[in-house]
Design a protein around this ligand. Structure first.
Ligand code: PLP
Length: 403
């Protein structure tokens, strides 16, 4: 653990005179030195625009960018590297599908199904295309534990259902959704499925062929890579049928004022100069995850989740929001009589970073009839000692407001 922590320079920082305890990993993870070095190296030695250059730098950058695509393909076990589209992150990946798939396949009165557990990024893009196409959004309900009520899904499906979009893991509650079951039900009805994997990819391996999902989206910055780079995986036969999302350089085959023809996959969906430096650093982040191994990540993070939950239970004044049987990555909670914002502010004074608020999942908060929660979320570099510090912090908050 000491070796792993040493790879993350920011973990040595002091915040308000205390060693940083970083429990806001669901918002973004910290970056290992290797990822930072990759960025510095790219801009110090390799920076060049790709694909169109004959000179050495451009060719070298193009090679490394396309090698990264192959790396991501292997990481997700996609069948073809053209199925990997570089985006700015999960939000852009979902917007791309909602806009392009919606443009091609959605007609008036058609239906899209999402769940009541979604991040705004997996709600609003669908609302936008529904508005444009006069289609309807249907929502799979959740129970009091914060779990999708899967039995309701078949009742929502109709001949008009064109796509189902659900999160792999809820960012607000940490619930792991039964996405394999959802995909099976959807495919029996010939409906494609998009999985929002923003919260899953850093916690366990994702095999898109095994899942048989049609689209899978994630953000680099939530898996130790920089901000501004993300991935859309899409099945080739679907992506091929979809129109371009944005127009510009690189996504074309030929341009004339009379008629423009589009490039083949994946370039059809990558208009303009791509984020080469961050893509290369994403490759380094994948190598970092592989060097630790998902088995070790799962073992360590499960221990952290279990330990933190049981230590919080012992306090007697914590109300858990989201008590699903299968959870990963995050614990959402409230202290009786204390606004979550105050909890966050007091903990920050002690150097402890958690997130408070609606976590971009207002419908989840509305379901529980609360304005927000406090959320502690974990990564590979967190320790039980840090959880002990959090528990001491929570006792101090409780004393300050409730004694
Ligand atoms: N989906 C989920 C479940 C998330 O947790 C997040 C970010 O917190 C997003 C989508 C949006 O990710 P980004 O802001 O990186 O595009």
């Amino acid at each position: 653990m000491k070796q792993i922590r040493n790879l993350f320079p920011i973990l040595k920082r002091e915040i308000n005179g205390k060693t940083l305890v970083y429990f806001d990993n669901a918002a973004t993870t910290q970056k290992p030195q290797s990822v930072i070095d990759e960025l510095v190296n790219y801009y110090s030695n390799e920076n060049s625009n790709i694909h169109r250059g004959v000179h050495t730098l451009s060719q070298h950058a193009t090679e490394k960018y396309e090698e990264t695509r192959i790396k991501v393909k292997q990481f997700m076990n996609a069948q073809h590297s053209e199925e990997i589209i570089f985006t700015r992150g999960t939000t852009e990946s979902i917007n791309l599908v909602a806009s392009s798939f919606g443009e091609k396949f959605l007609d008036e009165n058609d239906e899209i199904i999402i769940s009541a557990l979604e991040h705004h990024s997996n709600i609003v893009p669908w609302q936008l295309i529904c508005e444009k196409k006069k289609a309807k959004l249907k929502v799979i309900p959740i129970n009091e534990k914060g779990e999708i009520i899967i039995d309701e899904l078949p009742k929502l499906i109709s001949k008009k259902t064109k796509i189902i979009a659900v999160a792999h893991i809820s960012n607000a509650l940490g619930t792991i959704n039964p996405i394999k079951e959802i995909i099976e039900i959807a495919h029996k009805n010939n409906i494609p499925v998009l999985i929002d994997g923003a919260q899953a990819i850093s916690h366990f391996p994702v095999d898109v062929q095994d899942l048989d999902c049609d689209f899978y989206c994630f953000s680099g910055h939530k898996m130790y890579a920089p901000m501004g780079i993300g991935i859309l995986y899409g099945k080739k036969e679907l992506l091929e049928k979809m129109p371009p999302y944005q127009g510009g350089g690189e996504m074309i085959e030929n341009v004339s004022f009379e008629k423009t023809t589009y490039n083949h996959l994946p370039f059809k969906f990558e208009a303009g100069t791509p984020n080469v430096g961050d893509a290369l650093a994403l490759s380094t982040a994948i190598k970092f995850i592989e060097s630790i191994g998902y088995d070790n990540i799962i073992k360590h993070e499960t221990e952290l989740m279990d330990y933190c939950t049981s230590e919080m239970e012992k306090l007697g004044f914590i109300k858990f929001i989201g008590t699903a049987e299968h959870k990963a990555g995050a614990i959402s909670f409230l202290i009786d009589g204390v606004h979550p914002y105050d909890t966050g502010i007091i903990l920050d004074k002690m150097g402890i970073a958690i997130r408070t608020g609606h976590h971009c999942a207002e419908p989840v908060m509305n379901f529980f009839k609360i304005p927000g929660t406090a959320r502690a979320s974990f990564a590979i570099y967190n320790t039980k000692e840090e959880i002990d510090t959090l528990i001491k912090g929570l006792i101090a908050v409780q004393k300050m407001f409730n004694s």
